[in-house]
Write a new protein. Structure first.
Length: 176
């Protein structure tokens, strides 16, 4: 049960059911979506008992960087582990006028387009909005660190067909 799959209203309802203040949901949401927090214990303003309740009921579906490749033109290709058996790619493409993040929306793809290497892979699953968001968050930090620029463009042209994961793509756009 990923906490990032809940809407703000669903999180508020969960807290009310547990006889906890509804306003805590906004604090938790800020930790998840503005600060990209990966652990309930890092949420310092919500109290240890609430951290324990959240930990007992949810997880945070974070991606993990497994590998990076930097090309001569400073393009950065990242391999992100999504779960124990799945890797997707995210790419930071710097140009003099733009800083573009190319992100994945699925593990594999079902379309099998002849021109696309991902099309040769079997579709394993859609990425959650949190897993999509994490790619952007990571690439944004890298753009700022490596180029002293923020992202100017985000393209959903990595692994998968974004329109076949419409709900989670839209959810990631809202969070971004």
């Amino acid at each position: 049960n990923s906490i990032r799959s809940l809407s703000l209203e669903e999180l508020q309802s969960f807290l009310v059911e547990k006889d906890l203040p509804k306003f805590r949901a906004k604090q938790i949401y800020e930790w998840l979506w503005k600060k990209n927090c990966g652990s309930f214990s890092d949420m310092k303003n919500i109290g240890k008992s609430l951290q324990e309740i959240l930990s007992a009921n949810f997880n945070i579906d974070k991606i993990v960087l497994r590998d990076e490749q930097l090309s001569q033109d400073k393009t950065l290709k990242c391999a992100f582990e999504i779960d124990e058996r799945s890797i997707v790619e995210g790419v930071l493409i710097p140009t003099p006028r733009r800083m573009t993040a190319c992100i994945s929306s699925q593990v594999g793809c079902s379309l099998a387009c002849a021109f696309c290497a991902t099309g040769k892979l079997k579709l394993l699953r859609n990425l959650s909005e949190g897993e999509i968001y994490d790619q952007v968050f990571y690439l944004k930090k890298e753009a700022e660190k490596r180029h002293s620029k923020s992202l100017s463009n985000i393209v959903y042209m990595g692994m998968g067909e974004p329109l076949l994961n419409y709900k989670n793509v839209l959810g990631s756009i809202e969070k971004i």
